[in-house]
Design a protein. Sequence first.
Length: 201
Amino acid sequence: MTKSGVIAAIVGLVGGVGVAALVLTGSLPMPSWLTSNSTGTALVGGPFELVDHTGAEVTERDFHGKYMLVYFGFAHCPDICPSALQVMSAALDQVGASADKIVPIFISVDPERDTPELMAAYVSAFHPRLRGLTGSTEAVASAAKAYRVFYRKVADPGSTSDYTIDHSSIIYLMGPDGRFVTHFTHGTSLDVVTQRLKSLP
Ligand code: NI
């Protein structure tokens, strides 16, 4: 994804000053939740109905009682997604046994190419417990909207495929009640992510 996309997505998450930054980029409409959010608390998360990498239907209710570490991206992503998923995976390994209460989830924003079969091969390359979620274009759009994730298909004629996808790169930590706990950005170090996960009650 483009740097401006990352920055817009990150400042958009915290609201407030993000409103001005989003407008300045000129390429994104200003979402109404930004202007209506008076507390400064990120309103992230919510229902989704997707299909996992085994082909099973899953919703957010399947993860209640567990922490979710959620990242949106796509399997053809050259480096941003792999590095985020590597951080998630390494952090879980470093947390050790108590990481069992945390479910790592990768949600595709490229349902056209990311079939459950492809997701199965992809997620297994990162972590044995990583769940790969995909679905219809509408289902993925709805999930991304709930998590305030921005993504946009972009023509990429020089690549082996026809297009790439600009997308937010944010790792969300959701609580056992499904509510937003915190997030990690692309610049968050592995140590910081690991310590935060180790500190979970
Ligand atoms: Ni990516």
